[in-house]
Write a protein that binds this ligand. Structure first.
Ligand SMILES: NC(=O)c1ccc[n+]([C@@H]2O[C@H](COP(=O)([O-])OP(=O)(O)OC[C@H]3O[C@@H](n4cnc5c(N)ncnc54)[C@H](O)[C@@H]3O)[C@@H](O)[C@H]2O)c1
Length: 293
């Protein structure tokens, strides 16, 4: 099966990145959001990111124009998916919203179309079960920022066909990504490691083992991470981190995934990381300033 036309649902952080790399790889893309201002913002981000590549000599004016020309922003769901060979969904991480959307998409997309979710945590099998094509349903987990990060985790649900996995592997490779195949499980492969690792760094700060900046420096230099775990926590968003930790405890029924009390307290205080101006660092000045706990 050959994929030519891709519908991307959501023009947010992930959706515009996915539309960007798909169009750059030569696919015809319909990018769908629910309001024109979100589409405009998504398109502006794609343009800005492509132009960054121009400054670095990675692309040309002609390529940028051709890429942008392959992305059509639409508000109507039927228009977005009616001719799609592949639908990639990147709408908010809300179970009922995803289930309702997939039910609708299943009725509107051609019968041959593959349906892929970029969810960070929601069960692929659960979403596949609301469609009439669970064998064509799959997880395609990109990383942020999509044009830069090289991994796609491919997640096989209970009913996903091997052929669907192969098609998605080929598409991901054409997008310039490397893939890993993961059987459905909470957190897939990357977040299963990352979330407990970040939580352990928070436990260490909570217990007074090291300050925020020393913990970050230790992991950055000692493990060669591009940034420390507490800086990364602030990027991810502490509310998201807490949501995933609680979800892991629910799904695995194992307290080793529990969130540190400090994380829960910070979320209750509204200290959510970069997006809130304060998390493990204070972002109100020119330079992030580590917080004391
Ligand atoms: N942010 C990350 O680092 C990251 C990484 C991997 C996966 N994800 C997953 O990607 C998905 C999207 O996350 P995001 O960070 O891009 O969120 P976001 O809030 O930046 O974007 C979501 C977009 O979806 C739009 N939307 C809402 N309902 C819609 C609908 N019915 N149809 C089309 N668009 C709709 C919103 O208006 C918004 O523009 C989530 O499932 C998230 O878990 C996020």
């Amino acid at each position: 099966m050959e994929i030519k036309k891709i519908a991307v649902l959501g023009a947010g952080q992930m959706g515009n990145g996915i539309a960007h790399v798909c169009a750059q790889a030569g696919y015809e893309v319909k990018m769908r959001d629910i309001e024109q201002r979100f589409l405009d913002k998504g398109m502006a981000t794609i343009k800005k990111n492509l132009e960054r590549g121009l400054k670095k000599g990675k692309t040309t004016e002609e390529e940028i124009e051709a890429t942008l020309g392959r992305i059509d922003g639409v508000l109507d769901l039927e228009e977005a998916v009616k001719e799609a060979d592949l639908v990639i969904e990147a709408i908010p991480e809300v179970v009922q919203l995803k289930l309702d959307t997939w039910k609708e998409v299943d009725g509107l997309a051609p019968p041959h179309a593959i349906l892929a979710s970029n969810t960070s945590s929601i069960s692929i099998t659960q979403m596949a079960a609301v469609t009439n094509r669970p064998e064509k349903f799959i997880g395609m987990h990109f990383f942020n920022p999509v044009p830069v990060m090289r991994l796609v985790e491919i997640i096989k649900g209970q009913a996903t066909a091997d052929e669907t996995v192969e098609v998605i592997r080929r598409v991901s490779e054409r997008l310039g990504k490397q893939t890993v195949l993961v059987n459905e499980a909470p957190g897939f492969a990357v977040n299963r490691l990352l979330v407990p690792a970040i939580n352990e760094a928070i436990f260490a700060v909570q217990e007074g083992v090291a300050t925020v900046e020393d913990m970050d420096l230790a992991i950055k230099l000692g493990l060669n991470w591009p940034m420390g775990p507490l800086t990364l926590a602030d990027f991810v968003g502490l509310d998201t981190l807490l949501y995933i930790s609680d979800y892991f405890v629910d799904e695995f029924k194992d307290s080793k995934y529990r969130a540190p009390a400090l994380l829960r307290k910070m979320v209750r205080a509204g200290w959510l990381g970069r997006k809130a101006g304060r998390g493990f660092y204070d972002y109100s000045g020119d330079e992030p300033k580590p917080m004391r706990f």
